[in-house]
Write a protein of this length. Structure first.
Length: 180
């Protein structure tokens, strides 16, 4: 079973459009028999995807959560495997190791940091796994514009465009991963 790590929001105070895409991603991952590797949370898009997969059954869910967040009650109990780490660095290393591919959905600074670290690891050839920006409602347009500026100013080589795939379609995102 292929594993897809999803980096996404822990906020519950988000537009329903994002929740609908989370539902679609969960359903499509179940249909394709994919394992979810994620931050282990019970809230936001993280909680939504894991709950849908759990409730509809058939998929494997691996949560990776720092001990502090688990102690505060943010862990989702209905995962197949919950890995509790001492901190965020260990969490990211385990998620990277356990995943065959990565999808970045909308989220805050933690989501952006996780996603950019994975892109950096791929650029440094320390990782050869597909990375997708699921650009719902143009959420990543700002960071993609910053990438364009980096290309224009020669801080990034044009070959870096091959490090990631951008789409607003769940199906296209998972097709890209399947083709890698």
């Amino acid at each position: 079973m292929k594993s897809v790590c999803v980096f996404c929001a822990s906020s519950d105070n988000i537009d329903d459009a994002y929740l609908k895409i989370a539902d679609e991603l969960a359903d499509e991952m179940l249909r394709r028999n994919l394992c979810l590797v994620y931050g282990g949370g019970n809230n936001g898009l993280m909680g939504r995807i894991s709950r849908i997969m759990h409730e509809r059954g058939g998929g494997r869910i691996v949560g990776v959560i720092p001990r502090r967040l688990m102690e505060l009650g943010y862990g989702y109990d209905n995962v197949d495997e919950m890995i509790v780490t001492d901190g965020m660095r260990e969490r990211k290393a385990i998620m990277e190791e356990r995943a065959d591919a990565f999808i970045g959905m909308p989220g805050g600074v933690g989501t952006l940091e996780e996603l950019l670290e994975i892109v950096t690891l791929r650029q440094l050839e320390m990782l050869d796994k597909p990375i997708v920006f699921l650009n719902i409602r143009g959420y990543f347009d700002g960071i993609l514009a910053q990438f364009e500026r980096a290309y224009e100013e020669h801080f990034m080589d044009e070959s870096c465009r091959e490090l990631y795939f951008v789409t607003d379609s769940v199906s296209d995102a998972l097709d890209h991963i399947a083709e890698h």
